[in-house]
Design a protein around this ligand. Sequence first.
Ligand code: PHE
Length: 349
Amino acid sequence: MRDRLETLADAARRDITVASEVSAVEALRIRYLGKKGELSGVLGGMGKLPPEERKALGEVANQVKTEIEKLLAEALRRAEEAALEAELKGPRLDVTLPGRAVTPGSRHPVSRTMEEIVRTFARLGFEVAVGPEIELDYFNFEALNLPKDHPARDMQDTFYVDEASLGHVQKADSPVLLRTHTSPVQVRYMLARKPPVRVVVPGRVYRRDSDITHTPMFHQVEGLLVDKDVSFAELKGTLDAFVKAFFGSDTRTRFRPSFFPFTEPSAEVDISCTSCGGKGCRICKMTGWLEVLGSGMVHPNVFTSSGYDPREVTGYAFGMGVERIAMLHYRIDDLRMMFENDARFLEQF
Ligand code: PHE
């Protein structure tokens, strides 16, 4: 039995010195000193021994137990130190490091410009209105005094919506299309409200165009002011005020006679070149002027379609292309950049 105790002690010394993890040390403690462990196993037979032998053996057993306990305690300390060491060597949390910056997104130049245009008119007392991008031929053309054979209605220019693709949606009396301008909202707004009217309408418009200076979708801001005795002079004054507020107070305006079916008289508005100030450069093609707006006095037929009496009210309307204004404003020379979503371009705004 004494031999068995010695063998047990040897095995325990060997096992415990090589145990390097806390869990391994704990397993050895259970294996050697546990209730059903090796030492209990050896001592189980002690009861049958004569008393003197039992006493002597008991002393040896106690020595072995004490030694194993000591070895286990040392092994546990070593294992815990090693674990701490490993943790300190690994990835550490350095609370003094500067924070990682979050890169916020930015507004697209077209959105920024559109907001800025709307804000400028808001300061002049205009409210904001919107209308549908999928529109009826009636509002896009008919109600705006565009005769049936007007070239703008041509399939060449307009995206028509295949009525069959509308599915269960109730068929309209009028063909369905993607609006080619924001002007149909003039009619929709007047049908819904009584005069006076003072609104700007930002939104997307669509045309069957695609080349380096035209995209099939682009943005416009429409304006409409209706009241008693509104004059062409007010149109000129308002647009001149807008241009000076938006492009700078030294920007000049020029009104050129033009034609739109829904305004009479009509004018195209040029501004003095934002690049050369009017001396002539590549941007203005040496003319000193840039065309930025279509405008005019609301045609009596448009009032009639909108439920207003043209003998009671007059008004003016205007429309501008947002991409073009954004390009002038930010000095972007290629329209396609607006739609490529290249982060190197977008993050500059
Ligand atoms: N709707 C016209 C266009 O798209 C612009 C315009 C609006 C002209 C209002 C006159 C009045 O070109």
